[in-house]
Design a binder for this molecule. Structure first.
Ligand code: RP5
Length: 169
């Protein structure tokens, strides 16, 4: 049985796909169903509008939008749905993603976009953040989050002789 489709990943261009696949890989770790579409807010605004307006009734819980340059896609999506929207700024111009970061993060009050880091690192964190949102009322995903956090903790390498349980000033 395939996992229910809960997260919609949208990118502004095919050139954004390689970075945003990292988001899908993270969602796979949590067993969360996702889809990915290419739909530019300036080249096909009607398609973006239709997707955003249908998202909730299609059962999606979170939208993740990756875009570079002027990067208005996440904000436009957020203006047309009350689902949480996570924006991933991508490096697509000589400004290396700073343009997209400022565009996405600076949404005026009332239409927030939860903005993560530029590029693949941000795309991966968008997957983790989307999972945390889904986990608010999904015990399976909450359990998976706990297992991923426990695995992260295993990567810690303590100096010899240091006991973290006794740490403190
Ligand atoms: C944005 O412009 C896209 O999100 C992409 O990052 C950037 C460049 O798009 P292409 O010229 O590669 O299609 O809309």
């Amino acid at each position: 049985m395939s996992a229910a489709l809960l997260v919609g990943i949208v990118v502004g261009s095919e050139s954004d796909l390689p970075a945003m696949r990292r988001c899908g890989e993270v969602l796979d770790e949590y067993g969360i169903g996702w889809e990915m579409g290419v739909m530019s807010a300036h080249r096909a605004p009607d398609v973006v509008s239709g997707y955003a307006r249908a998202a909730r009734s299609r059962g999606l819980r979170v939208l993740v939008a990756g875009a570079g340059a002027a990067a208005h896609l996440p904000g436009v999506l957020a203006s047309m749905t009350t689902l949480p929207v996570i924006g991933v700024p991508l490096a697509a111009t000589p400004l290396a993603g700073l343009d997209a970061l400022l565009s996405i993060v600076q949404m005026p009050p009332g239409t927030p976009v939860a903005t993560v880091a530029v590029g693949e690192m941000g795309a991966r964190n968008a997957g983790h953040l989307a999972a945390q949102i889904v986990a608010l009322d999904d015990a399976d995903v909450e359990g998976a989050l706990g297992r991923v956090r426990a695995r992260m903790r295993e990567s810690v390498q303590l100096p010899e002789g240091f006991d973290p349980s006794g740490a403190g000033d």
